[in-house]
Design a protein around this ligand. Structure first.
Ligand SMILES: Nc1ncnc2c1ncn2[C@@H]1O[C@H](COP(=O)(O)OP(=O)(O)OP(=O)(O)O)[C@@H](O)[C@H]1O
Ligand SMILES: O=P(O)(O)OC[C@H]1O[C@](O)(CO)[C@@H](O)[C@@H]1O
Ligand SMILES: [Mg+2]
Length: 805
């Protein structure tokens, strides 16, 4: 099968990763792979007729013995990848030896043509907003180009518009083929061979505006760019006690503005799905901000989506908001439009992984497609890839715009993914300071918050959420400083709304954290619970927090003080807590790893012929190493779950040698091997590096880099912050509900369900009793019995290109 991939609409970070994945997965599955330059415009323009240099066979590598049938070897490179990467495709070439892509929009690419693309921002194959493709003539020309080049299947990576175009092409295809046949543009044989177009959509857009998927490729990276900017603005805003109105992208969708509001801790937001009340938003905004200023807040951050409206559908622009803040509140106010900085830069770890997994899935979808199947869009629901009929996704997306146009805002909100409305509610609770939601005095609780284990990004954001929730409901948030040691020392204080204001952006643990378990002195721990009148306990941490909760639940018969609701929010960079797909901090950590590996790869590539063995943390859990390999393009990954033996090592050395032999002479790229710190007690990172150093020359040499505690990351990633807000809010509701039911039905022993862990499993979030979590835990190795990412070690290595050698 000949598969072509194009990118269309506004560019988004991760599009290159998607193209790389489609190309490499296609090759691994025995397909020929092509890219279409400049989106649909490239299809319309097609390729110039006559001789061209794109189909020249792959340059023959020096040693093919034993590997001639390897699909990677057969499709090693066609020579145009460098041109695309360097932006030289359209260069004016004077001598006849030079390559050019001028006049060629549909280009054959091989394995090495997409090397290094994983980490590149934007889209190297170009994108466009093609006017001509919107016309029937344009689509006819597009169909002609595809058939002329013999393309059987098309992957379109773009936003809602691009996928609407893809759906149109799909539905019109039979009539387009008929017209081309009738006008003798194609032969009967071509019409029969290409009677059915296999097409699949990948959603690439920073807007996250496509229905039936939780996330679009590029939206998380744009959120990174926005949060970085707002984090920077925060400090200057605070210094001058100013207000900032920050405009973010999103013509018809408020996802970026909403998530930025949640993750950056803004005071007020404007989004199209929840338009501000016409004629009343000025009062509402001023009241909210005045309340914040009255308790002593020195800065004001208002985020406004590009497409913000009021309920009468009048656009609201940053200058309108600025005027109100200046004239009515007397605030020294500045407007910052983030513009295209949001679309720029390298993809974050999540986008690299999402694009890679969805690219692979797109190829599988094309291979299994029959003429009776609908065309699919590859989506994601929480942590599960989905195949959704393209036509349904397009219709539902258009329904949002229609709902807004007809002022049915509740419907618009409901048509976005389920998390959208929840995020909005969470934004309101965590940003505002209002007492109208407070519960009656007799229902108010003293809720203790404790951090346990190693620091992880998002711990402080979760704590801030808990505190803001308490303030909103009238509960008292009590911080236990320095874990159970601190509790025993009586290190407990009340937290306030203002104190936690800047905690969204803070890494580490503001409360202080350590690995001491309550078993250090259970009786004394119970006494402290009683003394400080805890009504509920919120534990934030990793495996130790899970163990602590288990210890407390097991001791409920002995110590009545533990008969309060208790909930654990997993937070650890290792992501080794059983049952949950993601712990807080794991995304921050992957981003730290990806950044470090990009830098290391740069050094390795510059030195030519170099392998870096990079050691990751993760304890007995290979999550960071495995997902880090997918996100950084490592060629090998060693995990504690699989282990290392001599056979594996010797095979890997051979594979690396073969791969280096296949590189263009003098242009060898650097390669990365990731090794989890506990993958083997004998074959340590040092030993593996020494083996490669001994065996590699003259083909390659080897160096070691240990990432250590840098993997805890600095500033938490926006995804960890947003997850912290979402999960911590649910935890607080859980504590409140169980505390109230325990108060109304006092029992000697609290029910086991009242000591739970919040878990993300596939498409759902659960409150799982800690006693049930135990069944899924390997307590000795401090990890889960089974994980969702196990198979990705093999996938990372396949996409790295060594597995078939
Ligand atoms: N209704 C349509 N019929 C045919 N082609 C379309 C249609 N809508 C969009 N397209 C094609 O898709 C291209 C990209 O669409 P659009 O500019 O809306 O961006 P997008 O894919 O939504 O991405 P983003 O919103 O992230 O920039 C258009 O320029 C056009 O070529
Ligand atoms: O880069 P352009 O073509 O000006 O488009 C800007 C638009 O593209 C997007 O970035 C993506 O759709 C929108 O958020 C924004 O309104
Ligand atoms: Mg769009």
């Amino acid at each position: 099968m000949k598969i072509a991939v194009l990118t269309s609409g506004g560019d988004s970070a991760g599009m290159n990763a998607a193209v790389r994945a489609v190309v490499r997965a296609g090759i691994l599955r025995g397909c020929d792979t092509w890219v279409v330059r400049e989106g649909y415009e490239g299809l319309v323009l097609g390729n110039i007729e006559g001789p061209r240099d794109s189909d020249s066979p792959p340059e023959v590598p020096i040693d093919l013995s034993g590997h001639a049938m390897d699909p990677v070897v057969k499709n090693l490179r066609f020579g145009d990848g460098e041109l695309l990467r360097n932006g030289e495709g359209d260069a004016f070439v004077t001598d006849d030896k030079g390559r050019t892509l001028k006049g060629r929009h549909i280009v054959h690419v091989g394995w090495d043509d997409v090397k290094g693309w994983l980490s590149e921002g934007g889209t190297l194959i170009g994108t466009a907003r093609s006017k001509s493709f919107r016309t029937p003539e344009g689509r006819l020309a597009g169909a002609r180009s595809l058939i002329k080049e013999g393309i059987d299947a098309l992957v379109v990576c773009g936003g809602d518009g691009s996928l609407t175009g893809a759906d149109k092409l799909r539905s019109e295809w039979p009539s387009l083929v008929k017209t081309l046949l009738e006008t003798n543009v194609i032969t009967q044989a071509q019409a029969s061979s290409y009677g059915h177009l296999r097409i699949v959509g990948l959603v690439g857009s920073i807007d996250n505006d496509m229905a039936l998927t939780d996330m679009t490729i590029g939206a998380p990276t744009a959120l990174h760019r926005i949060c970085e900017s707002i984090d920077n603005i925060n400090t200057t805003a605070s210094s001058h006690s100013r207000a900032f109105v920050i405009e973010v992208m999103g013509r018809h969708c408020g996802w970026l503005a909403l998530q930025a509001g949640v993750s950056a801790g803004a005071d007020f937001i404007f989004i199209p799905e929840k338009p501000a009340a016409a004629g009343a938003w000025e009062d509402e905004m001023c009241d909210t901000i005045t309340t914040h200023r009255k308790v002593g807040k020195r800065k004001t951050i208002v985020i406004i989506a590009e497409g913000a409206l009021d309920t009468a559908l009048n656009p609201i622009k940053p200058d309108d908001v600025k005027e109100v803040l200046r004239d009515r509140l007397g605030l020294d106010t500045r407007v910052t439009t983030l513009g295209h900085t949001q679309r720029g830069g390298k993809p974050c770890a999540y986008d690299r992984i999402l694009a890679t997994l969805q690219g692979v899935e797109a190829v599988e979808t094309l291979l299994s497609a029959t003429p009776d199947d609908p065309s699919y869009m590859i989506g994601i629901s929480e942590n599960k890839l989905t195949r959704v009929p393209l036509v349904e996704a397009v219709e539902m997306t258009q329904a949002v715009a229609k709902a807004i146009e007809s002022k049915d805002f509740a419907k618009a909100m409901a048509l976005r993914d389920p998390e959208f409305a929840e995020s909005y509610r969470n934004f309101v609770v965590t940003s505002s300071l209002n007492i109208s939601n407070q519960v009656p005095l007799q229902k108010r609780l003293q809720i203790a918050i404790i951090h346990i284990g190693a620091p992880a990004g998002g711990m402080n954001a979760a704590t801030r959420t808990a505190v803001r929730f308490c303030v909103d409901r009238g509960h008292v948030p009590l911080a236990i400083h320095n874990g159970f040691k601190g509790l025993l020392a009586g290190n407990i204080t009340e937290l306030s709304w203002l104190l936690v204001d800047n905690w969204m952006t803070r890494g580490g643990s503001e409360l202080g954290t350590n690995r001491t378990l309550p078993s250090v002195d259970l009786g004394a721990v119970a006494a402290r619970f009683q003394e400080h009148k805890f009504d509920a306990l919120f534990l934030i941490g990793g495996f130790e927090a899970f163990s602590s909760l288990l210890i407390l639940e097991n001791a409920r018969d002995l110590y009545p003080a533990f008969n309060i609701p208790m909930v654990h929010l997993p937070a650890t960079i290792s992501n080794n807590v059983p049952l949950t797909d993601f712990s807080l901090g794991s995304d921050t950590s992957l981003n730290a790893l990806v950044e470090a590996c990009d830098t290391i790869r740069q050094s390795a590539s510059a030195s030519r012929n170099r392998v870096f063995v990079v050691e990751t943390q993760g304890g007995q859990c290979g999550y960071i190493a495995t997902m880090g390999a997918l996100a950084s393009g490592a060629v090998l990954v060693y995990t504690p779950e699989v282990g290392i033996d001599l056979n594996v090592l010797s095979k890997d050395v051979k594979r690396l040698k073969t791969r280096f032999q296949l590189d263009l002479k003098g242009k060898s790229q650097g390669r990365i091997v990731l090794r989890n710190e506990s993958a083997s007690s004998v074959y340590t990172t040092e030993v593996i590096t020494q083996i490669l150093q001994e065996e590699g020359p003259p083909l390659f040499d080897a160096r070691l880099a240990s990432l250590g505690h840098t993997l805890q990351g600095g500033i938490p990633s926006p995804l960890d912050r947003a997850r912290a807000v979402r999960l911590a809010s649910k935890c607080m509701t859980f504590l409140e509900d169980h505390a109230h039911s325990l108060r109304s039905h006092p029992q000697r022993r609290a029910p086991r369900e009242s000591a739970a862990m919040i878990t993300i499993e596939g498409t759902s979030i659960f409150m799982t009793p800690v006693q049930d979590v135990v069944k899924h835990a390997d307590m000795k190795n401090r990890r889960a019995n089974h994980t969702w990412w196990e198979g990705y070690k093999g996938l990372a290595e396949q996409l790295g290109g060594l597995s078939f050698m």
